[in-house]
Design a protein around this ligand. Structure first.
Ligand SMILES: Cc1cc2nc3c(=O)[nH]c(=O)nc-3n(C[C@H](O)[C@H](O)[C@H](O)COP(=O)(O)OP(=O)(O)OC[C@H]3O[C@@H](n4cnc5c(N)ncnc54)[C@H](O)[C@@H]3O)c2cc1C
Length: 413
């Protein structure tokens, strides 16, 4: 098969798939199939919720990012016939044939089979999820009478975040800042309640003690109630039931947001390929799926050992793997020897509400308002394509990145 004729099919247009497609543009016939019409820079979904950034900044349409050298197909891949080398796309009669396949469909929310969680908790992985949560926050505030007693206003505006990993911390601090600000602007008495429920012993498992202490200080200042060693047992449309030390409590809630874990996507579950116990695809250090030299996988779908362990399940791992995947697809088509590359931590950042952040570089954490600016600068560099980075960087620099308050809705809005 020559490089010019090879049909390269990439499934999933996230950090792994989109960046692989951008690198491979012009090599053979590249097709990217993804379920939505836009990429999503997930690490800034919290800023989209708070209005610090707009959808076009972090969720650009593929048609703006890709040129004619990559064919984009919007659709959900439901199965792959590994013998016939064809992928089935929902709603299309013709399967999509490939010579080389790249699988990067990411993960899905893991509700851990908790009763009612999938039906009633808010997920937080897509633009539509953030829109739904913001609407719920505004609806909740709009329903509180201006003269409500403080305890009634607090009870009505109780938001629960499940999971105290980085996502739970970033989300709860954003929620608290937005809700506290809205209470002040609307002249409501009392304070909104934000709780974080975590089944483990501590917040931010796997992160350093220095950062954890800093974050705990921020959580205290924001009056976020953290409950560790606490398991969620049930979620209903209006409450959450949780258990601590054998005692169960039912709490009335305005919303429960589930950021308690990620599991492999149903497509990966369906594929007859070698997997780990957690269901991740086993890949070689070249990113080829074990036993299939024509199939590559990366990002949240792949169990990749040639990296620092703390990078598993991160955007920066998927992003760096994309460079390796694209290089190896080229080498495979040219008939040369495939490369390996040990992937290192590039530094990480976490938002801590609407006014500050933490940036971690070389094991050291910097926090505060300056860290918030540094995080925006760091993430500008990680957006896809130079053109998009320049547009977004200019917008953040000249127009600012202030949060959009939870405005009062007028009748008819
Ligand atoms: C809210 C949030 C915040 C995060 N913050 C950080 C952070 O600060 N730092 C960090 O390093 N990591 C962060 N992560 C994790 C990071 O986003 C993931 O590790 C990364 O996106 C994985 O890249 P991926 O390419 O494997 O999957 P994704 O980026 O999730 O992309 C998967 C793509 O596949 C598409 N897709 C899914 N199923 C199908 C299908 N069947 N057919 C076709 N297309 C499909 C999806 O629409 C999506 O475009 C965060 C994740 C979330 C949800």
């Amino acid at each position: 098969m020559s490089e010019q004729q090879a049909r390269i099919l990439i499934i999933g247009g996230g950090f792994g798939g989109l960046f692989t497609a951008l690198d491979l543009a012009g090599v053979g016939e590249v097709t990217l199939v993804s379920s939505e019409d836009h990429f999503l820079f997930k690490p800034m979904l919290y800023e989209y919720l708070s209005g610090e950034v707009e959808a076009w900044h972090i969720a650009p349409h593929y048609k703006e990012l890709l040129d004619e050298r990559v064919q984009f197909v919007q659709g959900e891949v439901t199965d792959v016939d590994l013998e016939a080398c064809e992928a089935t796309i929902a709603g299309r009669t013709q399967p999509q044939a490939y010579d080389v396949l790249v699988i990067a469909v990411g993960g899905v929310t893991n509700y851990a089979r908790v009763e009612g969680a999938e039906e009633h908790a808010f997920p937080f992985r897509r633009i539509a999820d953030a829109d739904a949560l913001r609407n719920r926050m505004i609806d909740t505030l709009d329903r509180i009478p201006p003269d409500a007693a403080p305890q009634d206003a607090s009870a009505a505006a109780t938001f629960v975040v499940v999971g105290a990993g980085a996502s739970g911390i970033e989300l709860s601090t954003k929620l608290a800042d937005l809700l506290h600000d809205a209470f002040r602007r609307r002249g409501l008495q009392g304070e909104a309640r934000v709780l974080v429920l975590e089944m483990g012993e501590q917040i931010l498992p796997g992160m350093g003690a220095a950062l954890r202490e800093e974050v705990e200080g921020v959580l205290r200042e924001a009056h976020i109630e953290v409950h560790t060693e606490t398991r969620v047992r049930r979620v209903t449309p209006t409450s959450v039931v949780f258990e601590h030390n054998g005692a169960q409590t039912e709490l009335r809630t305005a919303a429960v947001v589930w950021v308690g874990g990620v599991r492999v996507s149903p497509l990966i579950e369906r594929l007859q390929l070698q997997k780990t116990e957690q269901g991740l695809l086993r890949v070689e250090p070249t990113l080829q799926v074990v036993g299939h030299k024509e199939i590559f996988s990366l990002g949240d779908d792949a169990h990749f050992t040639n990296t620092e362990p703390q990078l598993a399940g991160t955007a920066q791992l998927a992003n760096q793997q994309a460079t390796l995947a694209a290089a190896n697809v080229r080498v495979l088509l040219a008939g040369d020897e495939l490369k390996t590359h040990f992937i290192k931590e590039l530094g990480e950042a976490m938002s801590l509400g609407t006014e500050r952040a933490a940036v971690l570089v070389a094991g050291k954490a910097f926090t505060g308002a300056l860290a918030r600016q540094a995080r925006f600068a760091l993430y500008t560099q990680r957006l896809p394509t130079w053109h998009h980075r320049l547009k977004v960087g200019a917008s953040w620099f000249f127009e600012g990145t202030q949060p959009r308050p939870l405005e009062l809705r007028r009748p008819g809005d």
